[in-house]
Design a protein around this ligand. Structure first.
Ligand SMILES: NC(=O)C1=CN([C@@H]2O[C@H](COP(=O)(O)OP(=O)(O)OC[C@H]3O[C@@H](n4cnc5c(N)ncnc54)[C@H](OP(=O)(O)O)[C@@H]3O)[C@@H](O)[C@H]2O)C=CC1
Ligand SMILES: O=C(O)[C@@H]1CCC=N1
Length: 271
């Protein structure tokens, strides 16, 4: 069986997966990429030794799996020239919101896996939520896990709808974290600490706290309570966050991302 993998779109997410595959020794000649943006093609050539194509052609028929990594808004336009060559291959989409039946319809393929990675994939510390349509085989699942291995962990969900929740939680999640760090650093700066020191302290704190939560297995609530001394500084900060409705605001934000995933599926899934 061919070991060739085709990527449609060679941007950030495709590069994270390709980087992982190349680091694991996957041969460059078995990685095809369709990428219309010349500067990005040059980057893929320089970073990974690939020879990306500007437009889809019959070489794509070599692909055992096709990874869809274009913006959802561009999917239909990108799919039209690719579809004639890839109907027999497994389709792995990392596009937010687009549903498996839309991908199957646009590509003529029956076997579709939807995945939702996140940017820590770039350093092998991502987590990708996955959902398989009914025609997907055990070999297909194994191939997907092999492709994503170097990007971090994988987690399968049974209901396709849960992928939109995964998108809102772990797909977009790194941005929520960076937003929090931006504001922690900004506050420290206004209190007189310089930017570099504030950033180092904030990032080491967040990294350490995440590692502690992972290793201890304790709930976030229990861990927060351990930091919060009675009548102390943390209590003052958490009380301020609660008074400002920040907890509710975070829940509303995650739900807004979830809603947007559904809208993207509705808007851009139609051919
Ligand atoms: N960034 C993230 O954190 C995550 C993103 N995703 C999903 O990954 C997908 C890609 O996102 P990301 O990598 O960030 O986006 P990028 O914009 O970095 O990558 C998309 C690439 O596709 C190219 N492209 C545009 N039109 C076509 C076409 N017709 N055929 C082939 N390639 C085309 C773009 O070129 P050009 O620049 O010229 O338009 C661009 O280089 C999205 O669907 C997103 O939902 C999923 C999880 C996390
Ligand atoms: O913002 C987005 O739409 C994509 C999907 C998850 C992360 N980035």
């Amino acid at each position: 069986m061919s070991s060739c993998i085709a990527f449609i779109g060679g941007g950030n997410m495709a590069s994270a997966i390709i980087g992982g595959l190349r680091r694991a020794g996957y041969p460059a000649e078995d990685l095809l990429v369709v990428e219309p943006f010349e500067a990005q093609r040059e980057r893929l050539a320089a970073d990974f030794g690939l020879r990306p194509m500007a437009t889809a052609d019959a070489a794509l028929s070599r692909a055992r799996a096709v990874v869809w990594a274009v913006k959802p808004q561009l999917f239909q336009e990108a799919a039209a020239p690719v579809a004639p060559h890839v109907g027999g291959a497994l389709q792995l989409s990392v596009m937010a919101g687009l549903r498996a039946d839309s991908i199957a319809r646009a590509t003529g393929a029956a076997r579709v896996v939807r995945g939702m990675p996140n940017t820590p994939a770039l350093i092998g510390q991502g987590i990708t939520g996955l959902h398989a349509s009914t025609a997907v085989t055990a070999d297909d699942r194994a191939l997907v896990e092999q492709l994503l291995q170097a990007t971090g962990r994988t987690l399968w969900v049974d209901a396709e709808g849960d992928l939109d929740t995964v998108t809102a939680l772990s797909g977009s999640g790194p941005a929520y974290f960076f937003f929090l760090v931006e504001h922690m650093v900004a506050a420290a700066r206004t209190l007189g600490l310089d930017e570099a020191k504030a950033r180092e302290l904030a990032l080491a704190t967040c990294g350490g706290a995440a590692a502690l939560a992972l290793q201890s297995g304790e709930s976030p609530t229990a861990l927060r309570e351990k930091v919060t001394s009675k009548g102390g500084t943390t209590h003052a900060a958490i009380t301020s966050l609660q008074a400002d409705g920040v907890g509710d605001a975070i829940e509303r934000a995650v739900k807004a991302a979830h809603r947007r995933a559904g809208e993207l599926g509705d808007e851009f899934g139609r051919g």
